[in-house]
Ligand binder design. Structure first.
Ligand code: HEC
Ligand code: HEC
Length: 395
């Protein structure tokens, strides 16, 4: 058998087996796993480019539950692929850390389509802040973001970068890491930690995170028709005198035909109440010194400007049917509830007092006068934004 065919077979079977053994528990399969990563590491760049190797490494890192302290939590624990890379534990408003009695203050957002988020910047023409990774924009890039959960006390709780790097040094995929970044890469913790973040970000930029394969994408491409109800929902979503949702969650392709992302990356304060069910509020004061008085000021903290307090980045609505609960503090449990809030915020006392009243948006939402039929239609439309409808990718 010619040499390159043999290599191809090794490569293909490695890929097939990789998925199944990534969480291997016993030593034997761990050794096998290591051998497979070794094999991939050695395949010449012509057959599998370093970019592809970096993505494979990023995937291994993203799913590695050994990278927390103690072991047990990976990125995927709070960003699971079956839930559009949000937290599968949908019955609590925010995420628990590897220490189950510690909580993050916010609801885990989708990592899907995050690669399109520009770094935080002030747009002089529009006079507002745009972009930034995290719901308050405090990280510029996916690379910068990826380092933080490893070291967060309420997340993966490693004491420092060196601890994370050491775990990667002993991981089955270490040969791949060395093949990419140099045999002595593990001797310099900072450089190794940078490369961990780069590989994770490369994985987050793969098609798996932005397939554009929803029913709505198929509809835009002329390959599917919306039901009557979904069509009505789309019309309400876009009509300025109805839902006006597209004012912040754009739904039409861009000038160059790029598919809509359902966010304009701006920030807004919808006037959401404090979530008294948020376990962040009642946890040990070491992790929330303000206790029940904690107020999440969002963008205001990032840009140090009280005029931006209570504002959060407009999230994409792609895959939103899979990502309950909703909004930064997980206050809403269903899509219908979110739409009802937009509809009657100003006329129904059940929504409670806004947490940050001063900067709340009074122009575009709060009293939409939508009927029950229209609310259900909006929800039906939102459900067309779930990826995987079309097997063929539309772009
Ligand atoms: C304990 C649960 C938890 C873990 C573990 C976790 N995350 Fe997150 N992630 C969150 C929460 C909550 C947020 C929102 C935080 C905020 O906005 O302040 C978030 C935000 C993000 C974002 C920004 C999304 C956006 O819309 O801007 C990305 C990207 C991300 N996480 C990737 C990762 C990666 C990579 C890892 C592993 C290194 C990881 N997360 C580990 C809970 C978690
Ligand atoms: C003025 C801008 C604006 C308008 C108009 C708007 N939204 Fe939003 N939307 C936001 C912001 C900002 C958030 C995040 C709020 C937060 O987390 O505090 C959000 C959150 C959401 C969420 C929760 C998503 C998640 O992942 O948690 C849904 C669903 C949603 N909007 C649907 C709609 C619908 C439907 C309409 C029209 C009826 C609409 N939005 C109109 C800005 C807007």
């Amino acid at each position: 058998m010619p040499h390159h065919i043999k290599l191809l077979i090794i490569f293909a079977s490695s890929l097939l087996l990789l998925g199944n053994t990534a969480f291997a528990e016993n030593n034997r399969s761990r050794l096998l796993e290591k051998a497979r990563y070794n094999a991939i590491a050695k395949v010449p760049g012509k057959l599998i480019s370093s970019t592809q190797k970096q993505k494979l490494l990023g995937k291994a890192l993203f799913f590695d539950e050994n990278l927390s302290e103690p072991a047990g939590q990976s990125c995927a624990s709070c960003h699971h692929p079956d839930f559009a890379f949000t937290d599968p534990k949908q019955n609590i408003p925010v995420s628990a850390g590897v220490h189950p009695d510690r909580f993050v203050s916010r609801n885990s957002p989708t990592v899907m389509y995050a690669r399109f988020t520009p770094p935080l910047h002030f747009d002089e023409d529009e006079g507002l802040w745009l972009g930034g990774v995290f719901l308050d924009g405090r990280a510029a890039t996916l690379e910068e973001q990826a380092k933080l959960p490893f070291l967060g006390a309420v997340e993966m709780a490693n004491p420092d970068a060196a601890t994370v790097v050491n775990k990667v040094r002993n991981a089955a995929y270490a040969p791949l890491f060395k093949a990419l970044y140099g045999q002595d890469i593990f001797d310099t913790s900072d450089a190794a930690f940078d490369n961990i973040a780069k590989a994770i970000a490369a994985f987050e930029r793969t098609r798996q995170f932005s397939p554009f394969s929803s029913k709505y994408d198929a509809y835009l491409a002329g390959r599917a028709t919306l039901s009557q109800q979904e069509q009505l929902g789309l019309e309400i979503f876009e009509a300025e005198n109805k839902g006006n949702c597209a004012a912040c969650h754009p739904s039409q392709p861009g000038e160059n035909g790029q598919p809509p992302l359902f966010t304009d990356f701006s920030y807004d304060n919808l006037g959401i109440a404090k979530n008294s069910d948020n376990p962040f509020l009642s946890q040990d004061s070491a992790f929330n010194p303000d206790g029940e008085d904690f107020v999440d000021i969002g963008l205001g903290a990032t840009v140090q400007d009280a005029a931006e307090n209570g504002k959060f980045r407009v999230p994409t609505l792609r895959n939103v049917a899979l990502t309950a609960p909703y909004t930064h503090n997980g206050l809403f449990t269903t899509l219908k509830e979110v739409v009802e809030f937009y509809n009657t915020r100003d006329s129904d006392t059940r929504w409670g007092q806004p947490e940050v009243p001063k900067t709340m948006n009074h122009d575009e939402l709060g009293d939409l006068q939508l009927s029950e039929v229209e609310i259900d239609a909006l929800v039906a439309f939102l459900e067309t934004l779930t990826d995987g409808y079309a097997r063929k990718i539309m772009r």
